[in-house]
Design a protein around this ligand. Structure first.
Ligand SMILES: [Mg+2]
Length: 386
């Protein structure tokens, strides 16, 4: 195998390694253009928390989560820092990085839900395990099933149609075959955008995403009007509490309904399945508790015959690498996912020395150990906010 090996230890020595510290570092990552969806105002930057897990052998693991503060995320940078430092880190320090399942169990006893804060530590443990052994995280998850992960392009809400079409053309020229069009601010604009994009790109996969912003009636009207455009899925049209409304919508339109914001835990997913409120799920590594917890959702969804749309909140290559590692080892079909706006060009910077690469609309699974990315110390210094 062609892995870039740092100072990895033998498997026997790795098992003796002890975790000595967990450091949570708040950062702000600027968007190139403000991030605009139907819920909340435009955002100039994304707030993230980088976790470094240090060991007595000098090898460390990294993970990332976000303080997204909407769409089902209640955390702020301060609350994430408090959860990690005071409630989770004590269950990690002194432990072996290879006791991830026991640590995840203790996390659930220590702090209810709080999947966003758990995600960064659990993913950092996967990174650390891989770095200690000199193998990529996807090997720990069963081995590589695919070399490249299909990515979709997300088209933000813009006032100007030509600007939206130019944006889509640029993505198409870079090889992207799937578009997710953000909707939900204004019905006339939504219909105009979807009509124009379908006409310009007859052979692309189109999805719409209202980010939980629409009422039942307006969602039904919009979906009925766009049924003719061969829409692959309608993502979280309704408020995240309205599972019954989603089920009714699913029964009244031919466009498959996707659940995202309403889906945090495995129990949420069971509720969606029982109600037949969606046939597609979107997971995000931070929202759903990292690789460890997201994989449970994928397994349940697959058993329920649902399609899986893998992704994350806008994030750096660290959180993106987590979902890419999970996807690389996943032995079932996946939709082209909305991976970090970083790799689709919306962030100005990154926090790793070699950002993930996208070729022809696909993310290349990085060959290096762990998550396959290395922290860029100077970028971290420039973006940290404590
Ligand atoms: Mg979504």
């Amino acid at each position: 195998m062609n892995y870039v090996l740092p100072v990895s230890l033998s498997a026997v020595d790795s098992l003796k390694v002890k975790i000595t510290a967990v450091e949570a570092i708040p950062v702000r990552v600027p968007f190139r253009v403000p991030f605009k969806i139907a819920s909340g105002g435009a955002r100039p930057l994304s707030e993230a928390m980088i976790v470094r897990i240090k060991t007595d052998q000098g090898i460390e693991g990294i993970g990332e989560t976000q303080a997204w503060r909407r769409q089902g995320s209640v955390d702020t940078l301060a609350s994430l820092k408090c959860a990690i430092d005071q409630h989770l880190a004590p269950h990690v320090i002194g432990q072996s990085p290879f006791t991830l399942s026991a640590i995840a169990h203790r996390f659930d006893e220590a702090l209810y839900s709080s999947l966003y804060s758990k995600a960064a530590i659990l993913d950092a443990l996967y990174d650390l395990q891989g770095k200690l052994l000199g193998i990529p995280t996807h090997v720990l998850l069963g081995g590589k099933f695919r070399e490249r992960i299909g990515a979709c392009a997300v088209l933000m809400i813009k006032d100007d149609l030509e600007e939206t079409l130019d944006n889509a053309t640029e993505f198409r020229e870079r090889g992207f075959r799937s578009f997710t069009i953000k909707v939900g601010l204004d019905a006339a604009t939504d219909l105009r955008n979807i009509t124009a994009i379908r006409k310009r790109f007859p052979n692309t996969i189109l999805r719409v995403d209202a980010n939980a912003s629409m009422g039942f009636d307006e969602a039904l009207v919009l979906l009925k009007k766009i049924e003719m455009f061969d829409i692959d899925a309608a993502e979280q049209m309704l408020a995240l509490w309205d599972i019954d409304g989603m089920a009714e919508l699913a029964s009244r339109v031919i466009i498959p309904i996707m659940a995202d914001e309403c889906l945090s835990s495995d129990h949420d997913l069971l509720r969606v399945i029982k109600a037949r409120a969606a046939t597609v799920i979107q997971t995000k590594v931070a929202k759903n508790g990292g690789i460890w917890n997201s994989r449970k959702l994928w397994t349940i969804a697959q058993a329920a015959g649902m399609r899986i749309y893998p992704g994350n909140h806008p994030s750096t290559s660290i959180a993106t690498a987590s979902v890419v590692q999970l996807a690389a080892a996943w032995p079932g079909p996946l939709l082209d996912g909305p991976f970090a706006v970083r790799i689709t060009g919306a962030f100005d910077g990154d926090l790793v020395t070699q950002p993930l690469r996208v070729e022809n609309g696909e993310v290349i699974v990085p060959p290096g150990p762990g998550l396959g990315v290395t922290l860029d110390e100077s970028a971290l210094r420039s973006m940290r906010v404590d």
